[in-house]
Design a protein around this ligand. Sequence first.
Ligand code: BES
Ligand code: MN
Ligand code: ZN
Length: 489
Amino acid sequence: MNVTVSRELTLSAIDHLYVLVTEEMNLDLPARLRTRIERAIGDSAFEGRSDESITMLAGAPRKITLVGLGKAEALSHRGLRAAIYAVGKTARRQRDKKIGVALCASFPNASLEASTRLAADLVAHSDYKYASYITSAEMKKRGEIACTLVAPASLDRRAVARVAAQSSVLTGAVRTVKDLGNGPGNLVTPTQLAKRAQEVAREAGLKCTVFDKKQIQKLKMGGLLAVNRGSAQEPRFIVMEYVPTGRRPKKTVCLVGKGITFDSGGISLKPGERMEEMKFDMCGAAAVMGTMQAVAKMKLPHRVVGIIPSTENLPSGTAYKPGDIVTTMSGKTIEVVNTDAEGRVILADALTYSTRFKPDHLIDYATLTGACVIALGGAATGLFSTDDELASRLTAAGEEVGERLWRMPVWDDYKDYIKSEWADMKNSGGRAGGAISAAMFLREFVDCPSWAHLDIAGTAWADNETAREAKGATGVGVRATVRFLEELA
Ligand code: BES
Ligand code: MN
Ligand code: ZN
């Protein structure tokens, strides 16, 4: 959906107006629109209760739908996201072409401006579908819906202009992540991922360097090369760098993302059931790429570096094997006990590489462990950090945008889990505490006092459509990270 954020709405120019309102009926809208909505509410028995919705046939526009949000104090991200997602679904079903949305409520934990920005972005994604390879006639004639989101009347002109510009940047960035995550492994290969990074860089105005296999060998990235040995596709190591122009950057932040374009498990092969979903195993990389896109377009005052190691993880006669010992770029050695614990092996080299930027903060994003899915399900990203302040800033940023982060321990108590008889460490600590031992492993390669690891294995992918979002890649990571970077002094 194409969303325009505007201070006014011409009712005759749309065919369906959606009004999302709480029981308090606080209509913070331009006067004429407000009067029209008050009349619609008066004509119906609408009370604004949650799950209450009424569609009325009107003159101009033809239809007005009133959607209840319940009591303002009880509003949640879940509830608002569901209401917004329902708008997209309804508009599609009813074949609306031009719609207006008046959201008369604010997301909890967010300022009115931040809330409006998020709403515009979520409306734009409310009818998202990865349809590049659906060739049916019906899909071909599925045009784009044009939406005008009416800004709250109490937001001033400049705030509305910011919301309009930034929400479309964020929407584009989240779309980048979803398209890559939903894209099939035969098309989203490491080479293609790198090409996409270069496209994003060109379009957003940032620097992008792509290292091929030879250069990766030169850098002695033994972890990335080991995982790549089973694949016919060359690995890539992608570095995207944004430096603000005309000012000294406030902070340097490195973002590292796991870019496994397909994870079969390798020689330690995964069971076949739902293996196809492992095309999503580059969602950490995609989140980094999307965030870089947004950061550059929003011209944030920090130097931000995106670092992506990318390969497939497949079995073959040349694949790395359980028992192999791998020497990483850092010089540290890894005993491979399970080739399916490949994410940490490639991230090891990327974390080492990040030290050359001397970052103030180092954040990695990875669909790292099934154990994290078992622990937190799809509701929260696992957050592991050596810096309490960074952890709480990331958590707060997430709460503003409805991306939950839940802190998990990185205590030395878990260090024994990855102790190896034959090398500096082994790449799996077994099933118990699996998300934590994975984080402990990564920590061995971190040389930055302010580090956070986000295990997005449960949050990057929706197994099924819910009331709030479509099936598939969710785009998690971008909105929270951008918010974090905006608030970072
Ligand atoms: N990409 C997977 C993690 C994953 C598994 C995400 C299931 C979503 C759903 C990762 O590479 C992996 O396979 N991890 C193993 C580690 C184990 C072998 C120590 C896992 O979690 O089973
Ligand atoms: Mn794996
Ligand atoms: Zn994986």
